[in-house]
Design a protein around this ligand. Structure first.
Ligand SMILES: [Zn+2]
Length: 121
């Protein structure tokens, strides 16, 4: 199990290590968010049309195996993916820990700590 910060770090920066179903589930989730975005100002009919379009274009899926990955909620999905990546690709994930406080930086490339502001440029 990974903590939320580690999970976000892996999900945000190691998308290339997602397997094909995880990529599709991720895309599905992002498309749902976009579809339901209240600032989009779409009517229900427009949303319905867009949903069909997304399905045809493969942005949304009806694939049970992929929907299954999301059945316990998106956070749970992220946790599972991060745990799997850590288990199977540990050698490919670089944890950028701050040399001063040893906490995780925001990105693998960061040279400044978001926790203690230490700068190691
Ligand atoms: Zn620090």
């Amino acid at each position: 199990m990974t903590d939320k910060e580690t999970t976000q770090y892996i999900i945000s920066h190691y998308g290339t290590l997602f397997n094909i179903n995880e990529k599709l589930a991720f895309k599905h989730q992002q498309s749902l968010l976009k579809l339901d975005d209240p600032s989009g100002g779409l009517s229900e009919v427009q949303k319905e049309r867009r949903r069909d379009l997304y399905l045809r274009q493969g942005w949304l899926t009806n694939n049970a195996e992929i929907l299954n990955l999301l059945q316990n909620g998106y956070e749970h999905f992220e946790l599972k993916v991060a745990s799997r990546i850590l288990t199977e690709h540990k050698d490919q994930v670089f944890f950028n820990f701050c040399p001063q406080c040893a906490k995780l930086a925001r990105t693998p490339q960061a040279r400044q700590c978001r926790h203690c502001n230490h700068d190691w440029h």
